[in-house]
Design a protein around this ligand. Structure first.
Ligand code: MTE
Ligand code: MO
Length: 383
């Protein structure tokens, strides 16, 4: 593996690890547009960025526990109906740095920007699987297939130089309403190398780790993928588990992400003049659960008031609005009067009534995933 042919990236990205390249935008970039520009979208890799030169001869193999197998070329993918799905992709390690302050965790550190909201264009996986004889709404094939595994062409050190792999249940893959895509576009442009050129999976509402980039093959398998990132990573353990007593098989691979929000208009280091302060950020939940509410407090959670939410700038968001983007974040905004130095807190509630936990201590886990605790920023009033 080597890193001599990495793509060029935007200079304002904050680099959390150089090789493999892992970077997130500054907080403020996330709230400057509803759809995150490709250049400002976080980049999460486990190896060098692959190069696919000849798009005409590029294909993915589809096979496994099913009727038939075949090679799928880009022209085959493009011949299927094209869908544009607005979906927020979020790394399970988002906000890991603040969890690591409780107790050391393993993994790349991230502030609050290991996520982004994009319009993904491509074919539905449910349509692709139909091409090889797997009907819509199948949960098990005649030969016992229950999961769909995606294998990449990249080379990851955790796989000893082998490819990145992940799987999702067949029932989700064959459900057109789940909007699982084989995507070749991001925000109306061909995917770029960092984000999976020429073809990647997008699994809306699920942690980013299952949206495999740079596809090489897809296969129907009986059990969930035994790849490192499914079996030995991206699982949520209780706070009592440490590296001496960990039993990876005791937990299932994390799929949906929980309700999350973060304030992006302020950093802990900001010194402001007393008066009105704009508190803006994002809120998102997994599994297609929309956001019901975002609450703001400036007295450590004793009293709260509600922020306004929108998906289209200027139009407030209604959680049960049929036209709302169910896989996508809402942005929120609130004007707060800050007379003295305070901690500003935000928490979101999703449409199932799930609410973010108050403290990061209670959800600490050794891999540092799913830090969805109330988001706090310290605002210093200076002069
Ligand atoms: N796919 C491959 N082939 N290799 C990877 O390292 N990283 C995963 C996922 N798909 C990864 C991958 C993880 S952990 C995340 S969070 C998302 O891709 C990040 O996607 P992005 O870099 O397009 O933001
Ligand atoms: Mo991730």
């Amino acid at each position: 593996s080597n890193y001599s042919q990495e793509p060029t990236r935007h200079p304002s990205l904050i680099i959390n690890a150089k090789e493999p390249f892992n970077a997130e935008p500054p907080r403020s970039a996330l709230i400057s547009s509803y759809v995150t520009p490709v250049a400002m979208f976080y980049k999460r890799n486990h190896g060098p960025i692959p190069i696919v030169e000849d798009i005409e001869s590029y294909y993915i193999d589809i096979g496994g526990l099913m009727g038939s197998s075949r090679k799928l070329y880009m022209r085959d993918v493009r011949s299927l109906p094209k869908y544009n799905v607005t979906a927020t992709l979020q790394c399970a390690g988002n906000r890991r740095t603040s969890m690591s302050k409780v107790r050391t965790v393993k993994g790349v550190g991230w502030d609050v920007s290991a996520l982004g909201n994009a319009v993904w264009g491509g074919a539905k996986l449910a349509d692709v699987l139909e091409l090889v004889g797997v009907p819509k709404f199948t949960s098990v094939t005649h030969s016992g297939g229950k999961h769909v595994e995606f294998v990449s062409i990249d080379q990851c050190k955790e796989e000893n130089g082998g490819p990145y792999k992940a799987s999702i249940p067949l029932s989700q893959a064959t459900n057109p309403e789940a909007d699982v895509l084989l995507a070749y576009e991001m925000n109306g442009e061909p995917l770029n190398r960092d984000h999976g050129y020429p073809l990647r999976t997008i699994v809306p509402g699920v942690i980013g780790a299952r949206s495999v980039k740079w596809l090489d093959s897809i296969s129907i398998i009986a059990e969930s993928s035994q790849g490192f990132f499914m079996a030995k990573d991206y699982k949520m353990f209780p706070p009592s588990v440490n590296w001496d007593n960990i039993n990876w098989d005791s937990r299932r691979p994390q799929m949906d992400f929980p309700v999350q929000c973060a304030i992006c208009s302020l950093e802990d280091v900001n010194a402001i003049t007393p008066g009105k302060v704009k508190v803006c950020g994002y809120a998102v939940s997994g599994g297609g659960r929309g956001i019901e509410r975002v609450d703001i407090s400036i007295d450590c959670g004793k009293t709260w008031f509600e922020a306004s939410r929108y998906q289209k700038p200027g139009i407030s968001y209604v959680a049960d609005d049929i036209s709302s983007d169910k896989w996508a974040w809402v942005l929120f905004e609130s004007i707060v009067d800050v007379p003295t130095s305070v901690e500003i807190v935000a928490k979101a509630v999703d449409i199932a009534g799930n609410v973010q936990p108050e403290s990061v201590q209670t959800i600490w886990n050794l891999r540092g995933i799913l830090n969805t605790s109330w988001h706090r920023v310290q605002v210093r009033v200076g002069h």
